[in-house]
Design a protein around this ligand. Structure first.
Ligand code: ADP
Ligand code: ADP
Length: 228
């Protein structure tokens, strides 16, 4: 069954602008990793904005769990979808606080596992958001804060995990461990990444090639290499 279904989705940022998304048909399975790739301006971020209801399609329909997105309240949507981008804000408090606020039911073991997936399990007591939320006083680097944001999304164990270029600034060892975390989450729910790293793309079960607001190809890396 599909987690998300897009049917002939069109979106324009202005009535006279070219369509940022120009008739997208796409099925995102309930489990597995879908990577969206394509040149800058292809419409990748716009798709995520529609999933999160930051934007509404001009035409067509997006269906989540068999129900049109229009019928979902933001509250119900937030309970099912986690979103991590570059510079995702963290809350004041410790690393552990950030994860526990997001997933109050999570056990200590689950918190630890999510942090281990991003190789930050030795930093539970760090204050990633800085003192009183002043990020300039954070004792973690930008890359490390991003890993905490990712761990926070993993511990929530969402039905749909949206990752916007989260592996871009990671070193090799950390990237390998994050890739493993993504792989594990993809056995539990749907993971959709906006990916640039070849390793992330090769790892995906489904690769969607976007170009100028259209789906140019869909497949895994073997079938895409065979047909292009
Ligand atoms: P990608 O994420 O693949 O780089 P985007 O989804 O950001 O692409 O952009 C798709 C198209 O929509 C591009 O032509 C871009 O210029 C345009 N666009 C994106 N955001 C805005 C905006 N806020 N206002 C107007 N046009 C936008
Ligand atoms: P990254 O490549 O992950 O962005 P940085 O080069 O910014 O890392 O930081 C390297 C190390 O310095 C990290 O271990 C980080 O915890 C530490 N660090 C960064 N900023 C601060 C700070 N303001 N106070 C203390 N330690 C810091």
């Amino acid at each position: 069954a599909a987690a998300l279904e897009l049917r002939d989705v069109v979106y324009r940022y202005a009535p006279d602008a070219p369509a940022a998304l120009d008739g997208i048909d796409l099925t995102i399975p309930r489990r597995g990793h879908t990577a969206i790739v394509g040149p800058s301006g292809a419409g990748k971020t716009t798709i995520f904005s529609l999933f999160l209801k930051f934007l509404r399609p001009d035409r067509g329909e997006i269906v989540l769990d068999g129900r049109p997105l229009d019928q979902w309240t933001l509250h119900d949507l937030r309970a099912r979808i986690a979103y991590v981008e570059q510079d995702t804000p963290l809350v004041p408090g410790t690393v552990r606080d950030n994860l526990v606020y997001a997933a109050p039911q999570a056990s200590d073991d689950e918190v630890w596992r999510a942090l281990a997936a991003v190789r930050m399990d030795d930093r539970v007591r760090s204050m990633p958001g800085g003192l009183l939320g002043d990020v300039t006083t954070s004792t973690l680097s930008g890359g490390e804060r991003q890993r905490i944001a990712l761990a926070r999304a993993l511990v929530v164990d969402p039905e749909l995990l949206l990752l916007d270029e989260v592996t871009a600034q990671l070193d090799g060892l950390t990237e390998a461990s994050v890739a493993e975390g993504i792989r594990r989450q993809a056995t539990r729910g749907a993971v959709v990444t906006i990916a640039h790293r070849l390793s992330t793309i090769m790892d995906a079960d489904q690769i969607v090639v976007l170009e100028a607001g259209r789906v140019r190809a869909v497949g895994d890396h073997r079938s895409l290499l065979a047909t292009d």
